[in-house]
Design a protein. Structure first.
Length: 185
């Protein structure tokens, strides 16, 4: 039931993933779920850069590690090592990008919201399939135009890490009462 999947959804981090590969067909199912997201004016602004092979994930880790080393003023070698290792801990990393409608028929925030809904669809399907995942938005995303072949007005919003896990899923965190967030008029 979708209600159960929504309540079970959690951020499950790469450090919790195991080495079990994720079949390409599973990644294709996730992308198809993402593609079912609502989008104003049918602009379909989501763009996904799939790094499924070990080679592509290693290239991402190397790129991010070097960018960290050369752009961060408060450099730590141990932090660079963690940045490089993170894509290799995942079975797949998907670059989350948004492509602004060239005609600007809708505001940019709506394009970003539609892309976030696409990611939520992937996240919910991962949860249903028992795959760990989470959306990471590192500052280094600002440099991804040097790694990805981005189209004009396309921007990277972060990375969606996916992996199999044997670990117990995190417990739900305590949310404020719904009355704090909803006003009945």
């Amino acid at each position: 039931m979708i209600k159960d999947t929504i309540h079970k959804r959690r951020a499950v981090y790469p450090v919790m993933y195991n080495d079990t590969p994720i079949p390409k067909e599973t990644i294709e199912q996730l992308l198809l779920a993402a593609h079912q997201a609502p989008t104003h004016k049918k602009t379909q602004p989501w763009r996904f850069k799939v790094m499924h092979s070990k080679e592509s994930r290693a290239r991402l880790g190397d790129f991010l590690g070097l960018k960290y080393r050369h752009t961060i003023g408060n450099y730590f070698e141990s932090k660079e090592d963690k940045i490089r290792a993170k894509p290799m801990q995942a079975g797949c990393v998907i670059g989350i990008c948004v492509q602004r409608d060239l005609e600007e028929r809708v505001p940019y925030w709506e394009e970003t919201a539609a892309t976030a809904m696409a990611v939520q669809n992937m996240w919910l399907l991962c949860t249903e399939l028992g795959l760990g995942c989470y959306w990471s938005t590192p500052n280094l995303k600002a440099y991804m135009d040097e790694f990805f072949d981005l189209a004009p007005r396309e921007h990277c919003l972060g990375f969606f890490y996916i992996g199999n896990t044997d670990a117990d899923w995190p417990e739900p965190w305590q949310r404020n009462p719904i009355e704090d967030h909803a006003a009945w008029l």
